[in-house]
Ligand binder design. Structure first.
Ligand code: IMP
Length: 430
C-alpha cells in the first residue's frame, strides 16, 4: 500500500466503497473522509452482522486504526453520536481513534428542515436524502455556516443561533417550535468536543512522516457538484482532487487513486440515467443486488454498465486501478449489456459524456452484449476459476476502459472478492 491513496465511487454512488475501504484499511493506519455527510451509507457485512456507517469511514472498525472526518465534510452531531452508539459492540471509540475536523461544517435541524421543504414544496425535485446536505453547504459558501469549531463553544454557538433568528423569521419560528430538537443538538456539542481537533494539521504531519493514509470519498463521481449531472447531484465535489482540498495537503502526496464501480449501474433519486432498465432484468438486478438505499431505504434504479460514464469518471480522477464490485449479481442472465456510446436525436453518436443533464436525458445507449454465466459463483476461488464468460466480460471492460481492473467483488461478505492479474499491468511490466 502506497502512503496516500484515494478511493472514489466511479458511478452515481452506492458502488460498495465501504467494503473496499474495509479491505484496504488492513494495510493502512488512517482512513479519512473528505466530503459529504450522513447522506452516505456504507454497508458492511461482518460475519452475520450488517453495519451501516454514514459519517464514519469503515476503517474505524479495524484495530490500531484512526478515522478522520476532514474539513470538507458536513456533520450531523446527533446522527454521528447515534452511529458511535451503533458500533460500540465492535469498536471502542475515543479521541485516540476518531478525529473530527474543527473546520467541518455542522448540519443543524434547520438545514434538515430546509432540505425537506425544498424537496417537498420546491420547483426542482432532486430526490435528495433530506439530510440537510445542500442547505448546509449552501450556508457554508455564503459564509453563514456553523463550523464545528464554533459549535463546540457554547458562546459562539449561541451567537450563531441568535444571528440566524435575527436574520430569518422562518428560522426563529422553526427554533421556537422545535425546542426538543435544538436541546438534543446543543447537548451533542459537549459529547463530540473531545474528538474535535485540527485534523488537517494532524494528517499533514502523518503524511510527512510516511504513515499510510487512505482517503475515502462518498457518493460518486457523477454526483459531483461541478462535473456531475447537474442539478441532479449532491452539493460537494466528490472527485479525487477534492481530497487534497479537504485535507489541505500537497496534491503530489497522492500516490494511488482507486475507482470503485459496480459491474452494472445504479442511481437513487432523480436525474438522467441512459442505461436504466425499466424491465424485468432491471427489477431482477435490484432484487438480487438488494438495491435499496442504505440511508433512505429508497429503491435504487438499476441498469447495465455504462462505459461512456465510466471513461468520464476515469478521466476526471485518473484512476490507477478499478475494483469491479458485485459481479455475482449478474450471474444467471443469458446476456449482459455494456453501453459503449450514446445515440442522441440531434447530436448523433456520442462517446464523450455530455455537458448537460438535458442532453443526457435524450441519449439512448448503444450496447455491446456479452454472453452471461448461468452458475452462482464459487466461494474462496481465483479469477481464473470463475466462469470463462465472466472472465471475458471483465477482460473486455478492462480493454475498453484502459485501466487495470485488479479486484472483483464476488459477494457481500468482507472476504468475498478475488484479486485479478490485470492484462494491462502485465503488458506494462513486460
Ligand atoms: P443529497 O446529497 O442528499 O443532497 O442528495 C442529492 C442527490 O445525491 C440525490 O439524488 C441523492 O439520491 C444522491 N445521493 C446522495 N448521497 C448518496 C449516496 O450516498 N449514494 C447514492 N446517491 C446519493
Amino acid at each position: 500500500m502506497t502512503d496516500v491513496s484515494v478511493l472514489v465511487g466511479a458511478q452515481w454512488g452506492d458502488e460498495g466503497k465501504g467494503k473496499w475501504v474495509d479491505v484496504l484499511a488492513k494495510d493502512t493506519k488512517i482512513t479519512a473522509r473528505y466530503q459529504g455527510g450522513n447522506n452516505a451509507g456504507h454497508t458492511l457485512k461482518i460475519e452475520d452482522t450488517t453495519l451501516v456507517l454514514h459519517h464514519l469511514p469503515s476503517g474505524i472498525l479495524r484495530q490500531n486504526h484512526k478515522a478522520v472526518l476532514c474539513a470538507g465534510m458536513v456533520i450531523n452531531p446527533k446522527a454521528l453520536l447515534d452511529e458511535l452508539e451503533a458500533i460500540k459492540d465492535y469498536q471502542t471509540v475515543s479521541p485516540a481513534n476518531l478525529l473530527i475536523s474543527a473546520r467541518a461544517h455542522v448540519i443543524t435541524p434547520w438545514h434538515m428542515y430546509k432540505d425537506a421543504k425544498q424537496e417537498n414544496e420546491g420547483n426542482l425535485r432532486v430526490g435528495t436524502t433530506k439530510k440537510g446536505i445542500g442547505p448546509t453547504y449552501s450556508d457554508k459558501t455564503q459564509r453563514m455556516g456553523l463550523r464545528v469549531f464554533d459549535f463546540i463553544d457554547a458562546t459562539k454557538r449561541k451567537n450563531w443561533l441568535e444571528l440566524q433568528k435575527k436574520e430569518h423569521k422562518e428560522f426563529a419560528d422553526f427554533y421556537s417550535q422545535n425546542s426538543d430538537l435544538w436541546r438534543t443538538f446543543e447537548t451533542s456539542a459537549d459529547l463530540l468536543k473531545p474528538f474535535v481537533c485540527d485534523a488537517e494539521d494532524f494528517l499533514r504531519k502523518q503524511i510527512k512522516s510516511g504513515v499510510s493514509v487512505l482517503i475515502e470519498g462518498a457518493q460518486g463521481v457523477l454526483l459531483d457538484i461541478e462535473h456531475g449531472t447537474y442539478p441532479f447531484v449532491t452539493s460537494s465535489s466528490t472527485i479525487a482532487a477534492n481530497a487534497c482540498v479537504s485535507v489541505g495537503m500537497d496534491p503530489r502526496s497522492i500516490k494511488k487513486i482507486y475507482g470503485i464501480a459496480k459491474a452494472y449501474t445504479t442511481r437513487v433519486g432523480e436525474g438522467p440515467f441512459p442505461t436504466e432498465l425499466h424491465d424485468a432484468i432491471g427489477k431482477e438486478i435490484a432484487r438480487k443486488g438488494k438495491e435499496f438505499g442504505a440511508t433512505t431505504k429508497r429503491p435504487r434504479r438499476c441498469g447495465w454498465l455504462d462505459l461512456v460514464a465510466l471513461k468520464y469518471a476515469r478521466d476526471l480522477n485518473g484512476f490507477d486501478e478499478i475494483f469491479l464490485n458485485k459481479i455475482d449479481i449478474l450471474s444467471g442472465f443469458s446476456q449482459i449489456g455494456v453501453a459503449v456510446a450514446y445515440l442522441h436525436p440531434t447530436l448523433g453518436r456520442l462517446t464523450t459524456f455530455p455537458v448537460s443533464a438535458e442532453i443526457l436525458k435524450d441519449c439512448t445507449p448503444e450496447y455491446e452484449f456479452f454472453a452471461g454465466w448461468p452458475e452462482e459463483l464459487p466461494k474462496n476461488t481465483t479469477f481464473n476459476e470463475l466462469p470463462i464468460t465472466l472472465q471475458n466480460y471483465v477482460n473486455s471492460i478492462e480493454e475498453k476502459i484502459e485501466v487495470p481492473i485488479t479486484m472483483i467483488g464476488t459477494g457481500a461478505g468482507r472476504d468475498d472478492f478475488v484479486e485479478r492479474k490485470s492484462k494491462i499491468n502485465e503488458l506494462r511490466q513486460s
